[in-house]
Design a protein around this ligand. Sequence first.
Ligand code: FRU
Length: 462
Amino acid sequence: MKRWTRPSHPEVSLEAGTTGPMGHLALGLLLAAMTAPQDEPLRPQFHFTAQSGWLNDPNGLVFFKGEYHLFFQHNPFGTQWGNMTWGHAVSKDLFHWQQVENAIAPDSLGTIFSGSAVVDPRGRAITCIYTAAGGTNEASKNEPFTQCIATSTDGRKFTKFASNPVLGHLAGENRDPKVIWHEPTKSYVMALYLEGDRYALFRSDRLTAWIKLCDVMMPGTSECPDFFPLKVEGGKGTKWVFSGANGRYRVGTFDGRQFKPETDPLPSNFGNTGYAAQTYFNDPKGRRVQIAWLNNSNFPDCAWNQQMGVPTELKLVATPQGPRLSILPVEEIKTLRLKRAELADGVYSPNNGLLDIAVRFKAPSAGSLVLDVNGHEVTFDASTSKLRIGDREALLEKRDGGFDLRVVADRASIEVFAQGGLVTMPMFLLPTGKTGLRVKSDFKLETIEVYPLKSARGSKSM
Ligand code: FRU
């Protein structure tokens, strides 16, 4: 069943369209005032959450006038999906977020589904490209799903284009436009989800009219495309990556007209959460920075619901099988690190449960390593070469003669990045009541580094 046909939470749902953005803000502030920022026991401390209400996909990731912008699928009126609006937060370092006024509210073309954002070459304006989900609110009855734009010169107030939509209905519930700048052809390129496992690419000079380039098939995935080039580390040249919402991606070539995949869709995520990931349109450090929604993060009895994943840097690295995505937390996470912890008999017990752990070991022939992180076991079994957390597992292939695990823990998640980020296992896990790290290993670890982290939440942030 499609999510947008599901009725919203009965106690909290209001009909979208009955109030303007100021109404959203007033209600949001009221709900926020009812929740103390620091002391809510389930509130993630360095993963972005909306101050109040529901959140899903990250949208419009863009760096503009000194700030990282994170727009997000938001229900300002309730803790379940509905009334889709672009919520908005800004940050200077990808960790300390300040939520600002909602950016784009529903209208007579529909509620506001996922999309992306670009900055013009002179850095004067942000343009958001989003799906108007016709038929999902009273005001847009009988309208189809179309693609629309809205712009802002100050990064706060957004004005919808008077002649929306810029791309009419094509198929099914076509949605989730991801727009990039393609320098060789000096044009914008849009990846769009059509229906089933079908996507397409389009091009445009000015974002207001689009010409179709080609279809892209993504068996095993749907929704929320991303499309970007990356230099192959340890290999030759640059390749293009096309991904779908569940993280499956194809590596291939793009000449400005055709995307030619050279792989089947490859899995990148083996955890119980992580969906609709998007990368930044631009980054002052020239990186490919990604944020995912940690879907299924249901926080019971909170004024807010769901969380984003830790921001990551993507690379394409040469492997014996060909270029593959490596996904690792961005370096800014180091600014949250406190003094490196000393383990006493393999035990470290901080009281806040926020941890950044890195472990390396040579390929052992038998036995297992168990990292008990906040009461959850992260296990590597040498006889099967499998990494396991709860009911999830992934096969790790030896790299450089051994294995490496990076484990990032917050109040309600453990994200594991293994083998230089070639395997990721993000997990939504509610607190157990236990915090800290207990290490049990049948073999010698080459290194283990444990950093307690400080909260990124302050009176003004998140
Ligand atoms: C993915 C998705 C998108 C859609 C949005 C609606 O989670 O279903 O395809 O635009 O969420 O909130």
